[in-house]
Design a protein around this ligand. Structure first.
Ligand SMILES: O=C(O)CCC(=O)C(=O)O
Ligand SMILES: [Fe+2]
Length: 226
């Protein structure tokens, strides 16, 4: 075999092997504890491209985040004060991210039979002082968001910069688990099971938040993508 082709093939399969290992760890965690926290999980080339893209986004492209869906959608300063910009596959960077999320969807379905059907995600920009109070991403029976995903885009996040995600084990838990929003860390959790909050940070905090959904469309109600 041509040496160059041979090398390219082995690089490709290395990447796939690394992905499979990470997906396996995420699935193990989901199976046994319902959440997974994986530092340095996103491939560095995709992470770097996302960091660059979010840096070049104009402030006008971010909108004040709302709560609830459709007709209940409204903004509420008391609950959250981040700004969001929905991801699309129109740029190579957006597509690389969505392809990665799609590969994870397939891997999770194969292993855990969760029936994940679609994925939606947005960049989130928490300006210094911004927060998202304790909340669930989904309420049992009211939504088809089943698995929440967060990836952080902040290089050099210092211990005293704040902005941790606090993931609570259940409705009673007041202590929670603190996650530093450091670039490349991935957090995945069952949307209906884990209340969580974002603490205010001393500096801008950038991330992607996404949700895998099950298909809730029926013949007379078309399920909207967000
Ligand atoms: O950015 C995070 O750490 C979590 C964001 C979040 O909870 C959400 O967007 O629903
Ligand atoms: Fe959330």
């Amino acid at each position: 075999m041509n040496v160059l082709l041979d090398e390219r093939l082995s690089v490709h399969s290395d990447r796939e092997r690394v992905f499979e290992q990470r997906a396996e760890r995420i699935c193990d965690d989901l199976q046994y504890q319902g959440y997974s926290i994986q530092p340095a999980c996103l491939p560095v080339d995709i992470l770097t491209a996302l960091q660059e893209q979010v840096r070049t986004l104009d402030a006008n492209e971010f909108f004040r985040a709302g709560i609830g869906r459709n007709t209940q959608h409204h903004t509420n300063d008391f609950v959250r004060s981040d700004k969001v910009c929905w991801m699309t596959g129109e740029t190579p960077t957006g597509k690389a991210w969505l392809d990665w999320a799609e590969a994870l969807r397939v891997a999770i379905n194969r292993r855990l039979f969760m029936g994940l059907f679609s994925f939606e995600s947005h960049y989130a920009w928490y300006q210094a002082g911004a927060y998202y109070k304790r909340h669930y991403d989904a309420f049992r029976g009211q939504t088809n968001r089943v698995l929440s995903v967060v990836v952080y885009l902040n290089s050099d996040w210092a211990a005293d910069d704040g902005g941790e995600l606090v993931l609570y084990k259940d409705a009673e838990d007041r202590e929670g688990l603190r996650v530093t929003p450091l670039a490349g860390t991935l957090v995945v959790f069952l949307s209906e099971e884990f209340p969580h909050e974002v603490l205010p940070a001393k500096r801008d905090r950038l991330s992607i938040a996404g949700w895998y959904r099950v298909n809730a469309s029926s013949s007379d109600t078309l399920d909207p993508p967000r």
